[in-house]
Structures are given as C-alpha cells and as structure tokens.
Design a protein around this ligand. Structure first.
Ligand SMILES: Cc1cc2nc3c(=O)[nH]c(=O)nc-3n(C[C@H](O)[C@H](O)[C@H](O)COP(=O)(O)OP(=O)(O)OC[C@H]3O[C@@H](n4cnc5c(N)ncnc54)[C@H](O)[C@@H]3O)c2cc1C
Length: 406
C-alpha cells in the first residue's frame, strides 16, 4: 500500500481542512459528558453543520443522503476531524452500527425514511442488544417480541444502552420464538424510544458520566413496517451490526486527547521530575506504547486496503479493536505515572484531568463491542485456526435448561 495521499486525496484533505479552519468556532471539542438531550444539543448542531457541508456519510449511497464517496475520503475526514480536536459525532451509534445494518438489511422504505435524519443527527439512535444475562452470549437474550395483530409488543429489559437517554430511535433485537435454538428465534426491529412503555434509567460509570442506561420495555409497540430482515432471522442482521461496531470502535476518528504523540510531549516535560528508577520503567513502557501504536496504525492500513478494494474487513476488525484498547490502557497508565502524586487531583484542582479520565474510561472500552477475551477467541478460532470453544447449547431450544447461562 502507498501511504501517501494521491493528488485527489490531497485535494480532498485540503478542502476538509479549510472547511474546519473556516468553521473553527463551531467545532465542538472535549468529551461526551452530557446525560440528556439538552446536553447533547451542541454536538447535534455540529453534526448537522458537518452534514450540510457534505462531510458526514461519505461512503453512504447518494440516494439515501450519503456522498457516494470512497472509504479513503471518509478516513481523511476522520483524520482531519481528529486533527481539529473535534469531539466524536453525537450519533456515533447510528452512523457506525444502525445505519450500516439498515443499508444491508432494511427495506427501501426504511432506507428512504431513516438514513438521512440519522446522518444529519436529527434522529439519534441507540443499540438495544445487551441484557443483564446476555452480553458476550448475546444469543441468550430474553426480551420477548410478542405478536399483536400485524405488529409486536416488546416486553423485557436491556442494559448498558449507550445514548438511550437522548435517542429517538433504537435498533432492538428480541426473541420471537423461544422454542427454536437460541440463535434461530431472534428478530431485529427498529423501535420508537419516545413511546409509552419505554423507560430509560441512566447508569453512572466510574468516569462520573452516565453514558449508558438500563431500558425497560412494558408492552412497547413495534408496527409491522419496523421489522428488519426476516422474522426469526435477526441473528444474521446482528452479525452485520457487531462487525460494524468493531470497525467503528477500532477504526479511530475523534480526538480523545491522549494519543501517543500527546503522551510523548507530556513525558518530555514531566519525566525528569520522577525518581530515577521510575523514569526507567516509564521509558520502557513508552517504548512499548510506540510499538503498539505502529502496530495499530499498520493493522488499520490493512483494514483500509480491504475497504479500498471493496472487501469487507474480516477478523482484522477484531484485532483493530483489541490493539486500540490495549494501547489506550497503556497510554493512560503511563500518563498517570508521569503525573505522580498529582494524579490524585486533576479537575478538582482546576487542572487537566485527561489522564485520570482516560484511566477510568478504557476499561469500559475493553468490554463494549466485544470484550478483549471474546475478541481473542475470534482471533484464535478464525485467524489462527485453533479449535473452537465447546458449545453445549448448540441446537438446544432457547427456552430449555441447558446447564449454561441462557
Ligand atoms: C461503555 C460501554 C458501552 C456499551 N454500550 C452498549 C450499547 O450501546 N448497546 C448494547 O447493547 N450493549 C452495550 N454495552 C454492553 C456490552 O456489549 C457488553 O457489556 C459486553 O458484550 C459484555 O457482556 P457482559 O457485560 O454481559 O459480560 P459477560 O458476557 O457476562 O462477561 C463477563 C466476563 O466473562 C468473560 N467471558 C464471557 N464469555 C467468555 C468466553 N466465551 N470466553 C472467555 N471469556 C468470556 C468476558 O470477557 C468478561 O470478562 C456497552 C458496554 C460498555 C462497557
């Protein structure tokens, strides 16, 4: 792969950069700390500004509000947004997961109706997959969709649902037939989050933010036209969402303010203040972080090569997410070591708390979108060809006791 921009890419990058420089006052910076619709509003306006200028949904089809551009153009936009210090786009879950799922499995009417407002950030979406007893073992989920005339009634509970407190719509997977084996009786729907029968309760994380929620469904309604894919065919649809989720998380984009470059500049200032033996330890870890960052970058290029040749990246999406998280955790750890005793203060002392925040945030990302252990299983089985895990519940009806959590 040639790592330099082509003349067309150079021109595109120049255009994006100029736009961001001319609109620098509108760039929403900082972290995603809001917990309600009012807090999300400035990021919603920023996404609309970017969309109206043609910088959101670069690879999405033109007929659904996208730009019909190339994956490289999208990567360049991501890089320039990061360079400009932009916060993540408010509808990241819509753009990264729900949209690609609707493009792959939705009806023409769903695509016409939902994709453009999703791109512009007018409708914010959430992903209603995980439950109290179904995360890694997602197919063990128990939320029911019960036939009611043409449509369905939804009964059950989801948890860890990011952005649900200000989402208008959600992508929901529920069990339609408990007599079938657990992967077979599931169906995917899109659901109106603002209707009676949907209760959203924010959950506070150790960062101090309430980024995710528990969501209760008490006979919430889903009309027939909100079915995505086939009845009892939801697992195939979910695989599309999960693959895109790993790509979205592992693919980078927004500036989290804690890159290895930032860390190195910070180390240049702070390292000398540490005791000599600690300096040696930090230097060694810093070296390791640089190696990981290069591995992350080149694995990313491999993913890009697949995308630019029109192929869907395979298990390298899992490797990308795994290495991003490993690097993020190491970077945060080094930042904290460099802070020394000051690590105990940060924002409370009026200082910059990015390393403390990052230290508290990365463990969550090691879980979201597939835990490190699950991703290692995928790499072991699908990349290295090691024997698969035992699956005692294979082929057993979801409702039957299996001896494993279901
Ligand atoms: C910040 C954050 C945001 C999230 N946002 C969303 C969201 O928007 N929508 C949504 O649906 N979900 C969301 N989730 C939930 C996330 O997808 C689940 O937490 C994740 O899939 C793990 O499921 P679990 O929490 O039930 O843990 P479990 O699956 O119970 O796992 C517990 C532990 O056991 C390990 N383990 C489990 N199975 C195996 C195995 N087969 N082999 C080896 N180890 C194993 C896991 O790695 C983990 O360490 C979010 C989570 C976080 C942390």
């Amino acid at each position: 792969m040639d790592f330099d921009d082509t003349p067309e890419e150079t021109a595109w990058r120049g255009r994006v950069r100029r736009f961001l420089e001319e609109n620098t006052d509108d760039v929403v910076r900082g972290r995603d700390r809001h917990t309600d619709a009012a807090g999300a509003a400035p990021r919603q306006r920023w996404q609309a500004t970017l969309y109206d200028a043609g910088y959101v949904g670069i690879t999405w089809p033109v007929e659904y509000g996208g730009r019909g551009g190339t994956p490289m153009q999208q990567v360049i936009v991501n890089q320039e947004l990061s360079r400009a210090g932009s916060a993540p786009l408010v509808n990241g879950i819509g753009l990264g997961m729900c949209g690609p799922t609707i493009i792959a499995h939705g009806t023409e009417e769903q695509k016409q109706r939902y994709l453009r407002p999703m791109l512009r950030g007018d409708d914010i979406w959430c992903q209603l997959f995980s439950e109290p007893a179904a995360g890694s073992d997602l197919a063990g989920l128990q939320t029911r969709a019960i036939r009611d005339g043409d449509g369905w009634l939804i009964r059950g509970q989801k948890v860890w649902t990011s952005a649900a407190q200000y989402s208008r719509l959600g992508l929901l997977i529920a069990r339609t037939d408990p007599s079938l084996p657990k992967h077979a009786g599931l169906t995917m729907f899109l659901i109106d989050m603002e209707q009676p029968g949907v209760t959203v309760r924010p959950l506070r994380q150790m960062t101090g933010d309430a980024h995710f929620n528990e969501v209760f469904f008490d006979d919430a309604r889903v009309p027939a036209e909100n079915l995505i894919g086939e009845v009892d065919g939801g697992w195939r649809v979910a695989i599309t969402t999960l693959m895109n989720e790993r790509l979205a998380i592992g693919g980078g984009g927004a500036d989290m303010g804690v890159s290895v470059e930032t860390l190195t500049r910070f180390a240049a200032k702070r390292l000398g203040a540490l005791p000599a033996d600690e300096q040696a330890l930090v230097r060694e870890k810093l070296g390791r972080a640089h190696v990981l960052a290069m591995a992350q970058r080149y694995t990313g290029y491999r993913r890009l090569t697949a995308l630019s040749q029109g192929r869907m990246p395979g298990p390298e999406a899992s490797v990308g997410k795994l290495s991003l998280v490993t690097l993020g955790q190491l970077t945060a750890e080094i930042g904290m070591s460099l802070l020394g005793d000051d690590a105990a203060f940060g924002a409370d002392a009026g200082g910059d708390d990015r390393w403390q925040y990052s230290m508290a945030m990365w463990p969550g990302l090691a879980i979201a979108g597939g835990t490190n252990e699950i991703l290692r299983n995928i790499v072991g089985e699908r990349v290295l060809g090691l024997p698969g895990e035992p699956r005692p519940d294979k082929g057993v009806p979801a409702a039957a006791p299996t001896g494993v959590r279901a």
